[in-house]
Design a protein around this ligand. Structure first.
Ligand code: NAP
Length: 429
């Protein structure tokens, strides 16, 4: 039996969805009893050439042609952005259509409204492709790991910044050069702000943390720092320290107190996340029963993302066959109190320039000692006449104590500038 699908958007991901649907329609029909058929496709530009085998009459610029078609039972949204995607998805759900979306921006900002609308309408809304491209993350966190209390999430979940940092590490190029190269190769957008300033990773972390910690996490609860301040110098020092710089999205739950951040972080070479290079993504999860798990794979791209979208389509076709909706819908709506916590102890990397004079190091050591911070490693290099660069890696210290000490260092007459501060990840146990 055919089940008709309406596709909103037919760009990179949408074309992959059309092609994979056609390629696997037979096996999906065998598995679920329903053969998915793309009946209508919403686009902006009807004249654009697309790499799909569909009649031109299937395409429309009128969203109502898709949303009001009573034969269409499943909507796949791959157009991106907040509006009009939000309005179309809510309209589809209210009309009793199941929805699959790859839209992390929308789920991160309006997930609760969308999930509640789906629940009220008794339909499915699934969004595996919104985080980590092809890598199954939401399914495992919502289903397979439900028996666990998840305490830690640590991920490299933005391919653009990972590509830039990998290039900086491997070639020694600076941020601007690596960004320009990423833009030339299509790994970074013309306006790269959302990626390089950490917002894209923060939105994905909101989705993952909400599910893993059963809490309603908001974007403004994530401490976000991008990679613009990471210099070739920091990357070189990181190497000297046996580590590599990565943009890490991190979440922890300590008895109901959550810490959420996206920050450039030094990862020891022996840590599994250190070897996640280029456009790959990975998520490290710690559960009280499962122990440590690592999910790794392609975080973007046409077919990898379509793979996750189609996994959701198949899940909801199975649900349709059974006459149920997914229990996944309801977990994210839990409104556990989120208490933000800055007392999580972390090792820190600091690079500062100081006057190259006797007594300067003793003064810095005194400021650290006053705050109770002990130093694990110190590198001291002369940069120019009169200026030296000091790199310190501290032992574990709460973020709030580190921040107070950095303020004191900045007002010290011996310290010219504190250039860069990054957490240093411990080796996984
Ligand atoms: N690209 C990836 O690797 C990837 C990975 C994971 C998740 N995602 C998510 O998947 C979604 C789609 O990404 P994408 O890379 O496939 O985007 P894309 O290549 O820019 O494609 C967007 C599609 O949506 C259509 N569209 C956009 N706004 C529209 C509007 N107002 N009315 C009608 N059609 C509209 C465009 O039509 P025209 O073609 O006519 O312009 C285009 O076909 C986004 O939410 C993105 O975050 C993407």
């Amino acid at each position: 039996m055919n089940v008709y699908v309406g596709l909103l958007g037919c760009g990179t991901v949408g074309q992959g969805v059309v092609n994979l649907t056609q390629k696997r329609a037979g096996i999906i029909a065998d598995m679920t009893g329903y053969r998915p058929v793309v009946k209508r496709v919403l686009v902006r530009d009807l004249a654009k050439r697309r790499d799909v085998d569909l009649n031109s009459e299937v395409f429309t610029r009128d969203a109502d042609v898709v949303l009001a078609d009573p034969e269409i039972q499943v909507i796949v949204e791959t157009m991106g952005g907040i509006e009009p995607a939000r309005t179309y998805i809510l309209a589809a759900l209210r009309r009793g259509k199941h929805v699959v979306t790859a839209n992390k921006d929308l789920i991160a900002l309006h997930g609760v409204e969308i999930l509640e609308t789906a629940r009220d309408a008794g339909v499915d809304i699934l969004f595996e492709a919104s985080v980590g491209g092809a890598i199954p993350l939401i399914g495992p966190l919502q289903d397979n790991l439900t028996a666990n209390e998840v305490t830690d999430l640590k991920g490299i979940i933005n391919g653009t910044t990972n590509y830039i940092l990998t290039q900086m590490t491997e070639t020694g190029m600076d941020f601007a050069q690596a960004l320009a190269e990423a833009q030339e190769l299509g790994y970074a957008e013309a306006n790269p702000a959302s990626d390089v300033d950490g917002l894209d990773a923060a939105r994905k972390l909101v989705i993952l943390a909400s599910i893993a910690f059963h809490a309603h996490v908001r974007l403004d609860e994530v401490r976000v720092e991008g990679i613009r301040t990471v210099t070739a110098q920091d990357v070189a020092y990181a190497k000297e320290l046996g580590t590599v710089v990565k943009l890490v999205a991190s979440g922890s739950d300590r008895g109901g107190k959550l810490s959420l951040s996206v920050r450039p972080t030094l990862i020891p070479q022996g840590h599994p996340l250190a070897h996640v290079s280029g456009s790959y993504n990975a998520l490290f999860v710690r559960g009280d029963a499962a122990g440590d798990l690592m999910f790794f794979g392609r975080g973007a791209g046409s077919l990898p993302t379509a793979s996750a979208v189609m996994g959701d389509v198949i899940s909801l076709l199975r649900n349709m066959r059974l006459g149920v909706t997914s229990s996944r819908n309801h977990r994210l709506v839990l409104d556990k109190q989120v208490q933000m916590d800055d007392s999580e102890p972390l090792r820190h990397y600091l690079r500062m320039s100081v006057s190259d004079q006797p007594g300067v190091f003793a003064e810095i050591a005194r400021l650290f000692a006053v705050a109770g911070i002990s130093m694990e490693t110190v590198l001291q290099k002369r940069v120019t006449a009169g200026t030296a660069e000091i790199v310190v890696v501290t032992h574990e210290i709460p973020v709030e104590v580190m921040n107070e000490t950095i303020d004191r260092l900045r007002t010290s007459s011996h310290v010219q500038q504190v250039h860069c501060v990054m957490p240093v990840e411990a080796l996984a146990e």
